[in-house]
Design a protein around this ligand. Sequence first.
Ligand code: 5GP
Length: 178
Amino acid sequence: MPIEDTLQTLIPEAEVHARIEALARQIDADYAGAGEIVLIGVLRGAFIFLADLSRRLATPHRVDFIALASYDDGTRSSGVVRLIMDLRTSVTGKHVVIVEDIVDTGYTIAYLTEILQARHPASLRTCALLRKLERHEVDVRVDYLGFDIPDVWVVGYGLDYADRFRTLPYIGVVTPED
Ligand code: 5GP
């Protein structure tokens, strides 16, 4: 069956928007009076979530990006993460929020937290639109979470399957044939 024929809605657009609005209010409340913060988007999957979150934040902030990849077979990560593109700006002494599309095994967030912590930010928190708790292999903390989801392959809202479906306005599920 063609992959697009397996596409189903998991989280409708309106629910995603409402949740992002709530996350923005939570971040605004937590950083009230803290001055400027830095949102770090993890490419490529987080770009749409980051854009929507950023535009809803009242907290003054800058945006930077980092690109990572895990050695994998396309849909399952191996746990080995490498840095493809670093930040353009220093985070030393800054309040940093990592913005991820999805936390799956947890290796990506664990790696990012480690390398950014070594640069001595004033504070470091994590924000993820989605989390697959049952897939976690390392213990990672997500400070601002959109939704917990089951172990399915999600697409849309920046997330892809073989570089497709990224611009779907809702969170969908595809079921590749084995
Ligand atoms: P982790 O390092 O936590 O295992 O994986 C994080 C990365 O794996 C995410 O940033 C994302 O790129 C990818 N990933 C994990 N699960 C999914 C999924 O269901 N759909 C998509 N499109 N990417 C996923």
